[in-house]
Write a protein that binds this ligand. Structure first.
Ligand code: ATP
Ligand code: MG
Ligand code: FE
Length: 337
């Protein structure tokens, strides 16, 4: 059973062919990072236009690389939310056209559920139920995956997403965009106990996150140092900031797994590429006897293979979309629209 995944929710144009929801035959990713870099973030209008220019090329490439024909496709799975509405519409419209002309079913995929599903590709025997910490550029969630296509949100961010915090701090440190990988890199040369930034655990029983307080604390620290003419060590700031984020994320994840009495813990989303976060969770999971799963770096950030995997399982659960399906920029995890 061949699923064609199509991803255009933000600044990656991607198409992939996935066999039986797990085996990647092709996963073509065109990143617009170099275009948006000079603006310090993604410019929605520019992103949409670039998707329009390149979408058919990327899909054709994915078909070719998989060694199949268009007519071999059994299911077409585009991302339909959350994301930038203009960007989403490009992939979704293209998929609708394909579904109509090939007479093959269409299934709209939730981008964040896609991130979670990257784990199915990486770990061929991973099956629900499991707990997943999803941390990406725009989202931070603790999710209980009860079954394929059945999600329960345990906690979420009340303000900034984890990736957003990484990107903003990197910008303040003058590191460039996107900031996550750059902070990850220089933090290795820093002392993570150099500066005592706050940990936002919120109320005792809460599984929610908040990163805006930490962000302000780091920015205040940088201002204070610059006003006093004290030279800062970027590596130490990056490492101390990263430790504060990672500690809270990892501890809440473990606590949620205990609450759900589940011994399988997974990581997903762009920030799942963070080496410090992987190490911390891997250590804690070992300590508590949990199995720990995370996708390869390429499957952590935006790609269409994860979208195809998610679409495949939703379809197998009996879901299908009509040709009138719309794009939903604020689509929630588990929401079926
Ligand atoms: P969303 O999935 O929420 O719609 P997005 O698709 O833009 O947002 P992703 O592609 O999932 O986000 O992830 C990109 C984010 O991951 C960026 O914020 C980036 O800084 C962050 N990121 C990537 N690598 C790392 C890393 N090694 N450490 C920390 N953050 C990272
Ligand atoms: Mg991106
Ligand atoms: Fe994403």
């Amino acid at each position: 059973f061949l699923t064609l995944g199509i991803e255009t929710s933000c600044d990656e144009t991607s198409a992939a062919v996935v066999l039986n929801g797990r085996e990647v035959l092709s996963n073509v990713i065109y990143s617009q990072i170099d275009i948006h870099k000079r603006f310090g973030g993604v410019v929605p209008e520019v992103a949409s236009r670039k998707h329009v220019e390149i979408i058919s090329l990327i899909v054709e490439e994915a078909i070719k690389e998989a060694g199949i024909k268009f007519s071999d496709i059994d299911l077409i799975a585009p991302t339909y939310g959350p994301g930038l509405v203009g960007a989403l519409l490009v992939g979704l419209s293209y998929a609708k056209g394909l579904s109509l002309s090939l007479k093959k079913p269409l299934i709209g995929v939730n981008h964040i559920e896609g991130h979670i599903s990257a784990n199915y590709i990486q770990h061929k025997y991973l099956e629900p139920p499991f707990l997943c910490l999803v941390v990406s550029g725009g989202h931070s969630h603790l999710v209980y995956i009860e079954d394929y296509d059945t999600y329960e949100i345990i906690g979420k961010t009340r303000d900034d997403a984890a990736g957003e915090a990484f990107d903003k701090i990197a910008r303040a440190l003058g590191l460039g965009y996107p900031g996550g990988p750059l902070i990850d890199k220089i933090a290795r040369q820093g002392n993570e106990d150099a500066i005592d930034f706050p940990r936002a655990y919120l109320e005792e029983e809460s599984f929610d996150f908040s990163f805006s307080g930490l962000k302000s604390a780091v920015l205040n620290y940088l201002n204070k140092m610059s006003m006093q003419g004290i030279e800062i060590k970027k590596e130490d700031v990056a490492a101390s900031f990263q430790k504060s984020v990672v500690e809270v994320l990892a501890n809440k994840t473990i606590r949620a797994a205990k609450l759900k009495k589940i011994n399988k813990v997974a990581l997903a989303g762009g920030v799942a590429a963070n080496s410090r976060l992987r190490d911390e969770l891997s250590l804690l999971c070992k300590k508590y006897g949990f199995e720990f799963y995370y996708p390869s770096i390429e499957l952590c950030t935006d790609n269409a293979a994860m979208i195809a995997a998610s679409g495949y399982y939703a379809y197998k659960k009996g879901r299908v979309s009509s040709l009138s399906i719309n794009a939903y920029p604020n689509l929630k995890i588990g929401e079926k629209l």
